[in-house]
Design a protein around this ligand. Structure first.
Ligand SMILES: NC(=O)c1ccc[n+]([C@@H]2O[C@H](COP(=O)([O-])OP(=O)(O)OC[C@H]3O[C@@H](n4cnc5c(N)ncnc54)[C@H](OP(=O)(O)O)[C@@H]3O)[C@@H](O)[C@H]2O)c1
Length: 283
């Protein structure tokens, strides 16, 4: 299996390092370690308050900037026409780079019309501050508005996705639109650690439940995953998933763990989520 997928003529790494809740030296060391090990995708956000640490680690690394797929996200307060570009310029300064590879709207926001938010994203892209644009935590209806009504060429929807939560509708959508699904919370924040089918399947391949979970994600079409890890052993394990593959039956067993209350991230500002049906989506 290749370590990247081709979407809109760009090579997107299948595994990235998530950085939420890591700051300072912890974040610097995790990003440095990940780059040393071969990770080429780093996910940050304005709200994580670690863009400077991510930028330090990228600058200090021997890996050329052009080999790294760097994502940041515009926080909800910054999506207005006056603030969006300025906030991205501030992010870039902290990240010590002239561009990001992918810029996302972090959550849907009602207070600014969607077309204005999308126009800002497009203007930022046109100014060369990001190569690609996308959204996060968007429903199918919102994705339709962005792509079909507003004609914007977004490349991803970054959503919570792990064995306990089906994302079949989003998967169908991205597969029809030359987009990819970025799986956040791919390890269900560690809750998958002792889940019997995952540990059992892991025994067969000498892999942990976390590694089996990540393999299950990236073995699906148009899916990439951004596990967060501060522990160096986790950082290493999470990238060590390209030397085995799951059978169709194992993929189905893992998909069958999805449950109606499987969602973990559901803040008060979340949209009314699409109804996830639990049909198997592990194509
Ligand atoms: N767009 C959004 O709204 C949004 C929301 C949430 C997250 N995200 C992004 O997605 C990233 C990942 O999500 P997340 O941080 O919420 O959760 P996650 O990646 O599912 O889980 C992280 C937790 O799992 C542990 N872990 C990592 N590797 C492991 C392994 N191999 N085995 C067992 N445990 C392991 C980590 O421990 P250690 O740190 O101790 O290694 C940490 O406690 C975030 O960091 C962020 O970049 C985006």
């Amino acid at each position: 299996m290749h370590k990247t997928i081709d979407v809109q003529n760009t090579q997107i790494p299948r595994i990235g390092l998530g950085t939420w809740q890591m700051r300072g030296i912890t974040c610097f060391e995790a990003v440095s370690k990940a780059l040393d090990l071969g990770y080429r995708y780093i996910d940050t956000a304005q709200i994580y308050e670690n863009e400077s640490d991510v930028g330090e680690a990228i600058s200090a690394s021997d890996v050329p900037r052009s080999d790294i797929f760097l994502t940041t996200k515009i926080w909800m307060d910054n999506v207005g026409p006056e603030t969006a570009q300025k906030s991205v310029e501030a992010s870039l300064k902290k990240l010590k780079t002239e561009y990001v590879d992918l810029l996302l709207l972090h959550w849907p926001v009602d207070s600014v019309p969607l077309d204005q938010q999308v126009k800002s994203l497009q203007a930022i892209q046109k100014a060369g501050l990001t190569k690609m644009i996308g959204v996060s935590n968007y429903t199918i209806d919102l994705m339709k508005q962005v792509t079909e009504d507003l004609g914007a060429n977004i490349v991803t929807n970054q959503v919570e996705y792990h064995p306990y939560l089906s994302q079949a509708p989003v998967l169908d959508f991205v597969r029809q639109h030359d987009m990819f699904l970025t799986a956040y919370c791919p390890l269900a924040r560690g809750r998958i650690r002792a889940e019997p089918p995952l540990t059992e399947i892991g025994k067969k391949y000498d892999k942990s439940a976390g590694q089996v979970t990540l393999r299950w994600l990236i073995q699906q079409k148009q899916v990439v995953a951004i596990p967060k890890a501060a522990n160096p052993l986790h950082i290493e394990d999470n990238f060590n998933i390209f030397d085995f593959s799951l059978t169709a039956d194992e993929m189905s067993q893992i998909s069958a763990l999805a449950k109606p209350d499987g969602r973990i991230v559901n803040p008060e500002w979340a949209p009314e989520w699409d109804k996830e049906d639990n049909k198997s989506q592990a194509a």
